[in-house]
Design a protein around this ligand. Structure first.
Ligand code: NAD
Length: 245
């Protein structure tokens, strides 16, 4: 007989990254056993097992997913790279590979970190709900592949097969150790390049504190059960009011 993986054993794909590491730390606090799967190892933490590998490599994933019941997928190439082939390989083909590996390994739940940009058509959105359609003209290759990635993960939700999925859509994430958002803003300001305004100065942008994004992921994971209405759905996540920019 096959032993069902323990529900407190999880893997964080992309766990060496900014969001991933915060998620790993909170999961440990909450008594989870955590494995990280990433192409790099950026820290060490007692209780965390690191598996180095590319998520496009199913064999490497299968080794890391042994006895894992819950997978957080928060790996992606950096949006700034604008490398179409890399986004397609990692976010689309790679996500298909992750889903296959999860099915083969007997994983029961997958929580995807998607992005609010999947519904952004270039004009401000206030109080945007999850029933907004996907952007027909995504703003960049990164977003184009985040849309395909989210569709794949949500479509894979199958109660009969025992795989449940959900997606969380943050926009900008800030917090300790943020490698991109705030450092890039500060650097741009220091170089004197923030002295002009794009638009009329009332464009909206949304930022969420990293702990809130982590909280949303863990709530989603813990609520994901066969009878739950969140199965196969995507959720926007934010702090409160969007910031005028
Ligand atoms: P990050 O770059 O800090 O972390 C991503 C991690 O993924 C890195 O550790 C990287 O090594 C890993 N990775 C990349 N390619 C991989 C591959 N082929 N195989 C295995 N691991 C791989 O990024 P982040 O800001 O922590 O973003 C995490 C997730 O959140 C991403 O899915 C991103 O699209 C999403 N997101 C981020 C923001 C933000 O503002 N930071 C906003 C919305 C959505």
């Amino acid at each position: 007989t096959r032993i069902r993986p323990s529900s407190k054993r999880c893997a964080v794909i992309g766990g060496s990254g900014f969001l991933g590491r915060h998620l790993v730390e909170k999961l440990l606090d909450k008594g989870y056993t955590v494995s990280v799967f990433d192409i790099r190892q950026s820290y060490e933490l007692p209780g965390v097992t690191f598996h180095l590998g590319d998520l496009c490599d199913k064999q490497a994933l299968l080794t890391a997913l042994q006895d894992v019941s819950l997978v957080f997928h928060c790996a992606s190439p950096a949006p700034a790279s604008d490398d179409k082939a890399l986004f397609q390989r990692v976010n689309i083909q790679g996500t298909q590979t992750v889903l296959q590996a999860c099915t083969e390994a007997g994983v029961q739940k997958v929580v995807l970190t998607s992005s609010a940009s999947v519904v952004f058509e270039g004009t401000d959105i206030k109080d945007g709900r999850e029933d907004l359609p996907y952007a027909k003209k995504p703003i960049d290759y990164y977003t184009e592949t985040k849309i395909e990635q989210e569709k794949l993960v949500l479509k894979a939700c199958d109660k009969e097969k025992g795989l449940l999925t959900v997606a969380i859509r943050p926009h900008g994430i800030f917090g300790p150790r943020d490698p991109q958002l705030v450092p890039i803003l500060v650097d741009t300001a220091r170089r004197g390049k923030m002295k002009f305004i794009i638009g009329d100065g009332s464009n909206l942008v949304d930022f969420t504190f990293v702990d809130n994004v982590v909280h949303g992921h863990i709530l989603a994971a813990e609520s994901l059960r066969p009878e739950s209405p969140i199965c196969g759905k995507a959720y926007h996540i934010t702090n409160d009011e969007p910031v005028r920019f």
